[in-house]
Every structure is written in structure tokens, then in C-alpha cells.
Design a protein. Structure first.
Length: 362
């Protein structure tokens, strides 16, 4: 453990901590509640050292709270340990580049900056616990998303290779639907010298098709594991029209195991990037789509809104009414996503109260 500053005996004074997290080490700092710096030290990022880090912090006085950088990545293990020990943890964004240009960059400086951000109120978010069923959903859902991307890449590669394939191979496979194309390519039997382009292309197409099939099976297995978990975690969410298991899993991951950390439905809308952003000027009064927040949660709400527009008569009636009010299609979709965020938030927090403004599903 590397330490800077003189270790003092425990006092009754109130202190706060800041931690700059890395893959192998965490650098912790202690400050008084008036911002005065006390000491800093470095600890290995292991379960045993988490306890040592907390004991070191408490050796300087009564620990009020700890600001931790990267609570969803390198600091996830430390965050869980501190929460289990009853310590208030505040999620801290990494210092911006302008601040680092003026004040410099080092692990001690970043640790003190984390504590300062918490004390000043710039950082006040409660991190996700990551200790319940939603953390299990996150692990499976993240893996599924990676498999879907890999499967899409495999299909794109297959189609691209088919464009330049020898005429005999291309003519045989041309016009097939995706599923039939994959099956046909998986049945190819390349024989002969691979120096022959036709043999090599057949071998490549077969490999891509079998990769696609393997990923499809992997996705199906993950779906089978995800569905019961999502139903156990929040059946009210699945009951919302337009919300499927994949979108429900993403919305649960965005909220975390402790959705009560999100203080209001407006905060949840901002977290999902669907809160209205003022874009008025002069006599023009309007709002625009938000470009912030969790983009995957935004995508999930977008999919739900599109499903509602395609299948729900009341949602289509709402769209037509707002169109007569001269709202653009983007503004109408923004309004729908904002209302959906309210409905989803109530489901996540078990507040199943009907929203009179929301165009309910038919």
C-alpha cells in the first residue's frame, strides 16, 4: 500500500472519501467536510484490500460518504463492498479535460477531485447496487447483445463475400431469403485445392453460415434464461403493451437493482434521454430530442413507441391529434417516448397508477 500523508489517530471529526479506480489499483483520498485535504493512499483492487481501504478511511474520523469514480466498471467491486458495510456511496464522473488541463492529472489529484465533486454537490447520483436479480439480467443481456452484433456481422460478411463470389456459386445462392441462404451455405462441401478461388469461397461461406447458426443457437439459449428472470424481476413491465423481453431487460438494466435511487419519473426520463430539451428562439417555442442519457434505454423506448404506433389504435389517434396541432413526426415521437418513460418508471417502482395523459394501448 502506497500512502501519502501522516496517519493520525481516529477522531470524532467528520470526513469524506474520494476514490480514483483502476483495473489493478484504487487510489483513495480523505478530506474534511470543509474541503481540507488530509491524506491519500493506494490499495490493490482486491476483495481483501477493499476492507483495508475502508478501515484506512475510517481511521481519520467519522466517514460521511465516499465518492467513487467508475462505479459501473473498475469501481463496481468496491462500490458493492462499501454498500454492504453501510457506507453511503456517490457516483462521480471523471474530471473533464478542461479541469485536467488547468489542474493536472494524477491518481491522487483524481481521488481528491472525486471527494471535492461530492462535497460541492456536482456529484450526487446513487450508484447501482449490482447485487440482485437485475445484475444477473445485465450479464446475460450484455452477452446476448454481443451475440446479436456478431451474428449481424457474420451475415453482412456472408452477403459481401457472395457479391464477389464466382458466378457458379453466386447464381446458385442468389435470391435466397436470409434463413435459406444460411442453410444453403452451411451445406456447401468445398473439395479440392483451396488455392482455387471457388473452393476457398465455398469454404468461407460455409464457415460464416455455421458461425451464424452457432450464434443463433447461443441467442436462443440466452433468451430462454432471460425470460424467467425478467418475469421475476418486474412482471408489471412485461404487461405494458409493446414491451418485449429484450426491451424489458434493457430498461431493468438501466434502472438497476435499486430503481428507487432515481428520484422521480422526470429523472428516469432524463436518464433514458427522452426528457424534452428547450430549443426556443425569438417567437419560436419548441423542444428537441435529447441526445444524452442511456442510448440503449432510449432505443428500447423508441422500439416500444414504434410498436404502439403500429398496433395500438389509441396511440395512432394521439399521433393524428398532435399532427393536427402542427407537431412534426420527431416531436410526436419525442412526446410518446416521454409518456412511455413515465409508465415504465411506475412499473419499475411498483407504482401502478394509470396516467391519464398517456395514450393507453387498445
Amino acid at each position: 500500500m502506497a500512502q501519502h500523508g501522516r496517519l493520525k489517530k481516529p477522531r470524532r471529526r467528520r470526513i469524506a472519501g474520494g476514490v480514483d479506480t483502476h483495473g489493478d489499483t484504487h487510489h483513495a483520498a480523505v478530506v474534511l467536510l470543509n474541503g481540507a485535504r488530509v491524506a491519500d493512499a493506494e490499495f490493490p483492487a482486491t476483495a481483501r484490500r477493499y476492507a483495508q481501504l475502508l478501515s484506512w478511511l475510517r481511521s481519520f474520523g467519522r466517514l460521511w460518504a465516499v465518492g467513487v469514480e467508475g462505479t459501473g466498471s473498475y469501481g463496481a467491486g468496491l462500490t458493492r463492498h462499501l454498500a454492504e458495510q453501510g457506507v453511503r456511496v456517490v457516483e462521480v464522473d471523471r474530471p473533464d479535460r478542461r479541469q485536467r488541463r488547468t489542474k493536472g492529472k494524477s491518481d491522487p489529484l483524481d481521488a481528491y477531485a472525486a471527494a471535492d465533486a461530492m462535497l460541492s454537490g456536482r456529484a450526487c447520483a446513487t450508484p447501482k447496487l449490482g447485487t440482485g436479480i437485475v445484475e444477473a439480467i445485465r450479464a446475460l443481456h450484455t452477452t446476448r447483445a454481443g451475440a446479436v452484433k456478431a451474428r449481424t456481422a457474420a451475415m453482412n460478411e456472408l452477403r459481401s463475400l457472395l457479391v464477389t463470389a464466382p458466378a457458379e456459386v453466386r447464381d446458385r445462392l442468389r435470391g435466397l431469403a436470409p434463413v435459406a441462404l444460411v442453410r444453403a451455405c452451411a451445406r456447401l462441401r468445398p473439395t479440392g485445392d483451396t488455392a482455387d478461388p471457388q473452393v476457398a469461397v465455398r469454404a468461407a461461406l460455409r464457415a460464416l453460415a455455421r458461425r451464424h447458426q452457432a450464434l443463433t443457437g447461443e441467442i436462443a439459449d440466452l433468451d430462454a434464461q432471460l425470460r424467467p428472470l425478467v418475469e421475476r424481476a418486474c412482471p408489471e413491465l412485461i404487461a405494458i403493451k409493446g414491451v418485449g423481453y429484450e426491451t424489458a431487460a434493457q430498461l431493468l438494466v438501466t434502472a438497476g437493482d435499486n430503481p428507487d435511487r432515481i428520484g422521480s419519473e422526470a429523472a428516469f426520463a432524463a436518464l433514458c434521454g427522452v426528457a424534452p430539451i428547450p430549443a426556443s428562439s425569438g417567437k419560436t417555442r419548441r423542444h428537441r430530442l435529447s441526445r444524452g442519457g442511456d442510448r440503449q434505454a432510449n432505443r428500447a423506448l423508441h422500439m416500444v413507441a414504434c410498436t404502439r404506433l403500429a398496433t395500438c389504435s389509441r396511440t395512432r389517434a394521439y399521433r393524428n391529434r398532435r399532427a393536427r396541432e402542427q407537431l412534426s413526426p420527431k416531436d410526436i415521437l419525442r412526446c410518446l417516448k416521454r409518456y412511455l418513460a413515465r409508465e415504465v418508471y411506475k412499473a419499475l417502482t411498483r407504482q401502478n397508477v394509470a396516467d391519464p395523459q398517456l395514450p393507453a394501448a387498445a
